[in-house]
Design a protein around this ligand. Structure first.
Ligand SMILES: Nc1ncnc2c1ncn2[C@@H]1O[C@H](COP(=O)(O)OP(=O)(O)OP(=O)(O)O)[C@@H](O)[C@H]1O
Ligand SMILES: [Mg+2]
Length: 238
């Protein structure tokens, strides 16, 4: 039997055809249909996660290329557009992407924080969107295996928690590296990004088992690039 893995699944569909690659869009643009899904996600998470303290979330996928950077970035933009104070953190040291996506310098970022080479206030770079700051991956060439040590990362996460209402981390794929697992135990919720019609459920299940093995709080899943085979206006009424 195919096990159910999600508490709350949000479906982010492929942008309408003919599509331009999302990379070609302005980094701060979120397609309209995605925006609706992200607003729903904000509502669900606001209820699910305790009020008052910052909400820390980890975005990860089971394998690479499923859309973690895209989903974390777009969610951060929608939150900031809604008036929230957001800190988006590039903790994917295997394939860092936020610096190029948002045209920011990579140095003085997450890896530097972990080795105490810069302060969290220095690392949080303002963006052209009010309310959104980004911590890029950093310039430290320390081995990620050493950096992703929970004891080393806990004070970093605790400090970042004090800096924004939402702190969103994105990491490398759960089945490829242990980095996500080190962070998963330190955040309030984990969002698993799954590419529709590509990732096999056994692969997702394997990632879920790894996260469950460390008691990570899997809060929800995002089904990314879901294609619809009927006109959108009918789909929206279902
Ligand atoms: N919903 C979507 N619609 C159209 N294109 C998408 C969508 N989500 C992601 N993409 C495209 O898929 C590619 C991979 O996405 P992205 O870089 O976000 O994946 P990733 O999981 O962060 O990859 P990595 O594991 O290498 O860090 C990018 O070219 C991105 O523009
Ligand atoms: Mg990425």
């Amino acid at each position: 039997m195919r096990p159910a893995i999600q508490k709350q699944t949000l479906q982010v569909r492929q942008t309408a055809a003919p599509i331009r690659a999302l990379d070609e869009l302005d980094s701060y643009q979120v397609p309209g249909r995605h925006r609706e899904e992200f607003l729903r996600m904000r509502q669900t998470l606001s209820t699910a996660l305790s009020e008052g303290a910052a909400r820390t979330l980890l975005f990860a996928s089971s394998s690479s290329g499923e859309g973690t950077t895209t989903i974390a970035s777009q969610f951060a933009i929608v939150l900031a557009d809604s008036g929230d104070n957001v800190l988006l953190v590039d903790a994917n040291l295997r394939h860092p992407a936020l610096h190029s996506r948002f045209q920011l310098v990579k140095e003085c970022g997450f890896s530097d924080l972990a080795v105490l080479a810069c302060s969290a206030r220095e690392a949080a770079k303002p963006t052209k969107l009010k309310g959104l700051s980004i911590i890029t991956s950093g310039g430290s060439d320390s081995n990620p295996y050493c950096l992703f040590d929970s004891k080393r990362l806990k004070p970093v996460v605790d400090e970042l928690r004090t800096m924004a209402g939402w702190v969103l981390f994105e990491t490398s794929a759960v089945n490829d590296f242990n980095d996500a697992l080190s962070l998963a135990g330190l955040v309030d919720g984990v969002i698993l990004v799954i590419q529709a019609e590509k990732t096999r459920w056994e692969v997702v299940q394997c990632a879920r088992d790894r996260l469950a093995g460390i008691n990570a709080p899997i809060t929800g899943t995002v089904l990314n690039r879901r294609k619809t085979y009927i006109p959108d206006w009918i789909y929206s009424r279902l």
